[in-house]
Write a protein that binds this ligand. Structure first.
Ligand code: PMP
Length: 365
């Protein structure tokens, strides 16, 4: 099988699988228990927190913040956005966000918050445009680090500094699911997910900068300093830590594979590339005009090749997010997303391109 859907999820790495198994065998204690198995779990969790913090490449004072382990980035986003005290403040966000952020912002808008949404297509300097929209009434800026459909990449450090220069009281939340371990991050609240970096599903984290206060989403036994009740899933946390430690972002390899893919696609008539030079090279989105995404996906599946239309979360529905990048509805209907990981090879891209060319030939005949 040729797996090119790594923005949807990644295969758990050997290190992760080993750590999960070992933890289930040996470190299965409840972190709240007072005996030694409980203590081992506490130590494991604390070590994993440090791995998450280091993985964020936050720069100076990076180890000072708190890390909550969650069930994934959907929970991290909900915890961050519903947990902060927004008073009556305004929210600045973007039109390219994942539903786990966008739907929460919609809810906050219904509750009376003024929301400003900016699209990358309207601004050459997106970070500056976001900071320019911040004023003395802005309580929150929430923006993703890397878009899951196109790979569009925000300079998060620059964004953070620019927002704080405009209003130091504005909180900055970053959905860093597709940027974690790939680019340096910053923020007052940062959401990440394990299953996008070769750990398991069901584990994620929320970074909380020192001094930022949050009301918990989940109430109960008071675990994780009362910020996220529920027995900590030590085995998943151990797997997450192992995956982080083993992760290597092979940017040069992705650049080679992306160049190869673009070169081959340029020989296919009527292909529009939806990922531009501001996108990370591991995600390439393109529209093969006249061949609907669904048809292309099924045709590739016949050759045992897994890619996605837009995002896997939208289950084949036309992606509204692509509009934020200036892609027409018609082109969004034909969008294909190829998302790579370090295991992908030139041979695989070659086979993908052969099959795309063949599909186009059959359909446009
Ligand atoms: N944000 C982004 C940018 C994502 O790509 C995803 C996963 N598709 C999520 C949030 C949700 O993450 P999870 O599956 O861990 O809930």
């Amino acid at each position: 099988m040729i797996y090119l859907d790594n923005a949807a999820t990644t295969k758990p790495c050997a290190e992760c699988i080993r750590a999960v198994n070992e933890t289930m065998e040996n470190t299965f204690g409840n972190a709240s228990s007072l005996h030694k198995l409980g203590t081992s779990s506490i130590m494991l969790i604390s070590r994993a927190r440090t791995a998450v913090l280091r993985g964020m490449s936050l720069g100076k004072n990076q180890l000072e913040g708190n890390v909550l382990f969650t069930s994934g980035a959907t929970e991290s986003n909900n915890t961050a956005l519903l947990g902060i005290n927004l008073r009556n403040g305004k929210i600045v966000t973007t039109s390219m966000e994942h539903p786990s952020q966008a739907k929460v912002i919609n809810k906050l808008e219904e509750r009376g918050h003024e929301v400003i949404r900016l699209s990358p297509k309207d601004h050459d300097d997106f970070e500056k445009a976001i900071a320019d929209a911040v004023d003395e009434k802005t309580a929150l800026v929430s923006c993703m680090a890397v878009n899951n459909e196109t790979g569009f990449c925000v300079d998060v450090k620059r964004l953070y500094n620019a927002v704080k220069a405009k209003n130091p009281k504005t909180l900055v939340h970053i959905d860093a699911v597709q940027g974690f371990l790939k680019i340096p991050l910053d923020g007052d609240l940062i959401s990440v997910s394990g299953h996008k970096v070769h750990a398991t599903k069901g584990i994620g984290a929320l970074y909380i900068k020192k001094g930022v206060t949050l009301s918990p989403l989940l109430l109960g036994g008071g675990q994780q300093n009362d910020l996220r009740s529920g027995t900590e899933p030590v085995e998943l946390i151990a797997g997450f830590e192992a995956a982080i430690n083993a992760y290597e972002y092979k940017r040069e390899l992705f650049e080679i594979l992306k160049a190869q893919l673009l070169e081959r696609l340029s020989a296919v008539q009527d292909v529009k590339i939806n990922s531009n030079e501001k996108c990370l090279p591991n995600i390439v989105n393109f529209s093969v005009r006249g061949v609907r995404s669904e048809i292309m996906l099924h045709s590739l599946e016949e050759a045992d090749i897994c890619v996605s239309s837009g995002s896997a979360c939208s289950k084949g529905k036309t992606s509204g997010v692509l509009k934020a990048f200036g892609v027409s509805d018609k082109d969004a209907d034909c969008a294909v997303r190829v998302s790579m990981c370090a295991d992908n090879t030139e041979e695989e891209i070659e086979l993908l391109c052969d099959k795309i060319a063949q599909t186009v030939k059959n359909i446009r005949r």
